[in-house]
Design a protein around this ligand. Structure first.
Ligand SMILES: *[C@@H]1O[C@H](CO)[C@@H](O)[C@H](O)[C@H]1NC(C)=O
Ligand SMILES: *[C@@H]1O[C@H](CO)[C@@H](O)[C@H](O)[C@H]1NC(C)=O
Ligand SMILES: *[C@@H]1O[C@H](CO)[C@@H](O)[C@H](O)[C@H]1NC(C)=O
Length: 530
């Protein structure tokens, strides 16, 4: 951040509150449960569930609210996310954190660090980096978006370090001034990552304005060391580097990652280098994460999660919802990060899934006046007699895709089903889309593919059931060019195949008709090849 500026509007009031101790309490309950098992002489030998997901399976973004630059840590059996609060610089005066035992349910910890506890910070508190040492928790952060001429004019800013006794803070300034408060080798003092190597040496990687430096941190974690040649800062800038330094180590290899493109634009992205030394050289290998016109734009500024004791890795990052225009509307997401046999990082695919296991419908946009709820991992709705079709969509824009969902008509006739290639959004809903729906009525049941254009519905093809009320059906729609196929449960044999050109690209979601109760689950929308 800090080079370019996007159009900035002020938005507020999107926060939510949850009990701070939910994650810890449930862990405590697990521990108590294990003790009871032990006392009964049947101590379970199975390991904790391994968090082996293809993506955030309860949906991206994985928390509510505008956040960016998500850094990660694993403390006390919980995964922690430390992001930037995304707003105009003057309002970026605090940081929230999130913790989770399973990467699904997240507990929000509000204002873990505020400008009130850093005497020299007054705005643009950015891109935290968390780490623990000697029983203390450290949070490194950028503040004030300091420029060269401002430093010359006597203004203070840069990278600070705060300390706390607990992962959730409260964090307070550890040294009363910036740890790095000037430009060295052209690097703006922001966007640090802190890394402790296996030999115990700590390093700080950082830099904006297209320059990256590394420096040693002393064991106290609040002062800088020097290299053998007596210098403090060593430039390591790889080709195309803009900002967002990140260091991880896997199988003895150092992976340096960074962001390219403008943070305010759609082409913000993540690239990486590999080295056998923490000091480089870091030769750029390739871009691994970037925008996808069907999913989101501006995917960048990453963190990394490694599930302890496994070779399971996730990349955390922020991105911009497709239909949003506010420059500060950034949301935090994660996807799986795989490695090749030669240890190179595979390109990352932003997957679109939601199994509603977090009890929430984050990222869904609803149309119509009915109220959607998540109950037992299913998105549910009951409509009134005079309700028109009610839609809930994800902010996606797929042309060709494989779309899977679980559909149950709970009461009423339906229809209930999947919508896709939805366009022409209005205040009331969508004007144009396809719908693959199930209806269950007294005389029978049917599966129908409909085309809705400017609000008027035409049936393209309908086939008879048997479908029954209360049963859950796996509906798959594949759309490639003009050919649309609809499968129910038997994924080898489409029940409907049509050729049509009415709608070619658009959002995906679910739909329900009047006087009906229905439930939806297991949503997944993917490019045909992924
Ligand atoms: C942080 O600052 C606030 C406001 O000045 C103060 O009330 C609070 O005690 C400080 N927190 C810590 C942990 O020092
Ligand atoms: C990974 O993405 C980069 C950047 O888009 C591209 O140049 C490269 O070919 C991709 N690699 C693979 C294996 O698809
Ligand atoms: C996650 O939250 C949902 C909704 O509150 C709840 O039903 C579920 O049990 C939670 N999962 C875990 C592992 O705590």
């Amino acid at each position: 951040m800090g080079i370019s500026s996007a159009p900035l509007n002020i938005r507020s009031g999107f926060g939510f509150t949850t009990g701070i101790d939910v994650g810890r309490q449930s862990l405590k309950q697990i521990v108590v449960g294990l003790l009871l098992f032990k006392m009964a002489g049947t101590f379970p030998t199975a390991p904790r569930a391994v968090l082996d997901y293809t993506t955030a399976k309860a949906g991206n973004p994985f928390v509510e609210g505008w956040y960016a630059d998500p850094d990660t840590e694993y403390y006390d059996n919980l995964y922690w996310i430390y992001p930037t609060y995304s707003d105009v610089y003057e309002k970026q005066t605090y940081m929230d954190a999130f913790s989770s035992p399973d990467l699904i349910n997240w507990t929000k910890h509000s204002s873990i660090l505020t400008a009130a506890n850093v005497s020299w910070a007054h705005k643009a508190m950015w891109a935290p980096a968390a780490i623990s040492r000697n029983g203390k928790y450290y949070l490194y952060f950028g503040a004030n978006d300091i420029q060269v001429d401002e430093i010359a004019a006597g203004l203070v800013g840069g990278i600070g370090v705060a300390v706390a006794d607990k992962p959730e803070g409260p964090y307070v300034d550890a040294i009363g001034e910036p740890l790095i408060g000037n430009f060295y080798n052209g690097a703006q003092p922001i966007d640090q990552d802190v890394f402790i190597d296996d030999d115990g040496q700590a390093y700080i990687y950082y830099g904006g304005h297209s320059h990256a430096n590394v420096a040693k941190l002393n064991d106290d974690m609040v002062s800088l060391g020097t290299f053998d040649d007596g210098t403090t800062f060593r430039e390591i800038t790889p080709e195309n580097y803009i900002e967002g330094s990140q260091m991880i180590k896997r199988k003895g290899i150092y992976y340096f990652m960074w962001s390219e493109g403008g943070w305010g634009g759609p082409d913000y992205s993540v690239s990486y280098a590999m080295s056998d030394s923490p000091l480089g050289p870091f030769k750029r290998i390739s871009k691994i994460l970037q925008q996808d016109g069907a999913v989101a734009r501006g995917s960048g500024h990453n963190g990394v999660i490694n599930v302890p004791g496994t070779d399971i890795w996730y990349i955390t990052y922020h991105r911009r919802p497709l239909s949003e225009t506010d420059g500060n509307h950034r949301v935090i997401c994660y996807d799986r990060m795989y490695f090749n046999d030669d240890d190179a990082v595979k390109n990352i695919t932003m997957l679109v899934k939601d199994n509603f296991a977090d009890g929430k419908m984050i990222g869904w946009i609803t149309y119509g006046d009915a109220e959607w709820n998540v109950v037992d991992q299913r998105l549910t709705l009951s409509t009134a007699e005079d309700d028109n079709w009610q839609l809930a969509t994800l902010d996606t824009n797929f042309a060709d895709f494989v779309y899977d969902g679980l559909i149950t008509v709970v009461a009423g006739d339906g229809p209930a089903g999947l919508v896709f290639r939805a366009t022409d959004k209005t205040a009331e809903g969508y004007g144009s889309y396809y719908a693959a729906t199930i209806e269950v009525y007294k005389q029978g049941s049917k599966l129908t593919l409909s085309s809705v254009s400017d609000g008027s519905t035409s049936t393209m093809e309908s086939v008879n059931g048997p479908f029954v009320t209360g049963a859950e059906y796996h509906v798959r729609v594949t759309a490639v060019g003009n050919e649309i196929k609809v499968f129910v449960d038997d994924l080898g044999d489409p029940k409907i195949t049509v050729q049509d050109t009415a709608h070619s690209i658009g959002a995906s979601g679910v739909v329900i008709g009047p006087s009906t109760s229905a439930r939806f689950g297991g949503i997944s929308i993917a490019h045909p090849s992924s």
